[in-house]
Design a protein around this ligand. Sequence first.
Ligand code: ZN
Length: 310
Amino acid sequence: MGYCLMKQLQVLLVAGTHGNEVNSIWLFDEWNKSPFLINTHGIKTCKVIGNPEARKAGKRYIYQDLNRSFQKESFLSLSPSNFESIRANELVNLYGAEGKTPCQIALDFHTTTASMGSCLVVYGRRDADLALASLIQNQLGLPIYLHESDQKQTGFLVETWPCGLVVEIGPIGQGLLSSRVISKTKLILETLMQQIHQVKKLNFFFPEKLIIHRHIKSIDFPRDDRGNIDGLVHSLRQSKDWHELKKDDELFSKMNGETIRFEEDQSYIPVFINEASYAEKNIAMSLTKRELWDFKKEWKKSLIDLVHQK
Ligand SMILES: [Zn+2]
């Protein structure tokens, strides 16, 4: 018997990066009890609960949002109360590409209270991320939300791995289990593993085009002088994620009967409308542009090289 020095592909699977998004946590717990519950198509995986303390507390986070804590600078000065920065550091040391148990791909499972159905979130424009997202869009028809150029929103978990996607499934209340959400999580997880396996076997089908919803900006609720929300998402806008928002469309309504309308000349596609956890981030919804992109060969090469550990 000799030592095998060849690096092996490992995929990090994260549930409960937000402690009150309980469906993927529950699925992982069931999976731990029944190892064959999820078909990983022979790909090695490491599965973790992102924020176990927040999970225990039934909260999104304890000190700060874990999914904004993967900042290189914050690793340098860790205060003991900053539980999430410490946890981010720990996850990178354990499962980062240079960690003890190195993983090259990270898949981070979330839920949203917004009526968005299922979608993939890609951060920035990394080739391997776009290749993997294209494979999944081709299999399941999921929308891809490209999050970039938002200076206020940084430090996402998946950005710390060479390739990583967030899966968002909604709508579901925080802390609420749902068979519908569990089934979708399982389907998307198994499709991801199947497609990574296909890339390993060099037997894949990349589409020629992909549909991207590119983040442009986020807008806040109307607020009073003290900063409290004093207008609600308009009833005609609520649950209209992925539907076009045009000039003069109803946006917010106030209790005095006033309707606040969208004033810009250009139209957008809103997502994360009235997401419960974003009010604290001053986000009532995020506005995207729907774009049709050509698939690029270098995306494919990047993912193949990563999966084959070149
Ligand atoms: Zn989340």
